[in-house]
Design a protein around this ligand. Structure first.
Ligand SMILES: C[S@@+](CC[C@H](N)C(=O)[O-])C[C@H]1O[C@@H](n2cnc3c(N)ncnc32)[C@H](O)[C@@H]1O
Length: 269
């Protein structure tokens, strides 16, 4: 499959007409890749190479590839969906977007931050484990975040933690970043506990991660957070996050919840 460039995602003309093509694999028979095994091929400067979707650093390094692959070819709608839900929750609970101080966790190349800005939020910071994500944001969306920290949320240094605490965030967003070897439950909780109480959390998660038999740890954790009322539901939506490489829908749930307390670290041991 070949799709030509467009300028739909705030990239400059030069970036959006970048000289690359993305090809999705075609499979014989009933071979099905799990979501964390998906891959594509990219043709750059006459060189065709295979890239696993979860090798985000390689995708961010090619200007426009993340947008082309996930948003155009695979029709990802997660940033828009979670920000629409956040806007609905703000309106229903008489909260003002300009009062939010947002930490966007697993910020990637800034597509969620860009959506959050459209709500009228003044303060948005990003955090991501990859230097390539920060570099892509500087390259493609330099004005989206007030600050962007490159850090592993499972292993913050004292200095990094101090930077995040001093920012006094009252809202956390995390979109398409939980599970699958990305952000594990302990990093999710670590970031959540950096948010002030009362606060807001807007996040998306694959529906499988909330099932009884989920091995990721998210199902137990999120159920307990609801049961013990450290979070209280404000808005929720089941939706199609994107298509798989096989053209099948990948179902996610978006939540906006009110934070009413920290999560004890014992809950994730
Ligand atoms: C699928 S991308 C989503 C990016 C963005 N939220 C979006 O919706 O376009 C997941 C992001 O989570 C980041 N990530 C994975 N593990 C992380 C960790 N332990 N700490 C911080 N970021 C992490 C990855 O580097 C990647 O940029």
């Amino acid at each position: 499959m070949t799709i030509i460039g467009s300028n739909r995602f705030g990239l400059s003309e030069a970036e959006s007409s970048a000289n690359f093509e993305v090809f999705l694999p075609e499979f014989d028979g009933d071979q099905i890749l799990d979501q964390d095994e998906e891959w594509c091929e990219v043709l750059v400067d006459g060189q065709r190479t295979r890239i696993r979707f979860h090798d985000y650093h390689r995708i961010y390094d090619i200007p426009g590839m993340y947008e082309r692959l996930f948003y155009e070819m695979l029709e990802c709608v997660s940033p828009r969906t979670v920000c629409d839900l956040l806007a609905t929750a703000l309106a229903e609970h008489a909260m003002k977007a300009e009062d939010l101080r947002v930490l966007d966790v697993g910020a990637g190349n800034g597509m969620v931050g860009e959506e959050i800005r459209t709500l009228g939020v003044d303060t948005v910071h990003g955090v991501d484990i990859l230097e390539e994500a920060a570099a892509a944001t500087r390259r493609d969306r330099p004005d989206v975040y007030d600050d962007y920290l490159v850090a592993d949320l499972t292993d913050l240094t004292l200095e990094q933690r101090d930077v995040l605490v001093r920012a006094k965030f009252n809202t956390m967003t995390t979109v398409a970043a939980l599970g699958f070897g990305d952000i594990p439950p302990e990093a999710f909780v670590g970031a959540f506990n950096l948010i002030e109480t009362p606060g807001l959390l807007a996040f998306t998660i694959k529906d499988d991660f909330l099932r009884d038999d989920d091995p990721s740890g998210f199902s137990l954790l999120i159920r307990r957070m609801f049961a013990e009322k450290t979070i209280v539901a404000q808005a929720e939506k089941h939706y199609r996050h994107r298509l798989s490489v096989h053209g099948k829908p990948l179902e996610y749930i978006a939540f906006v919840v009110r934070k009413t307390g920290d999560v004890p670290t014992a809950w994730i041991r």
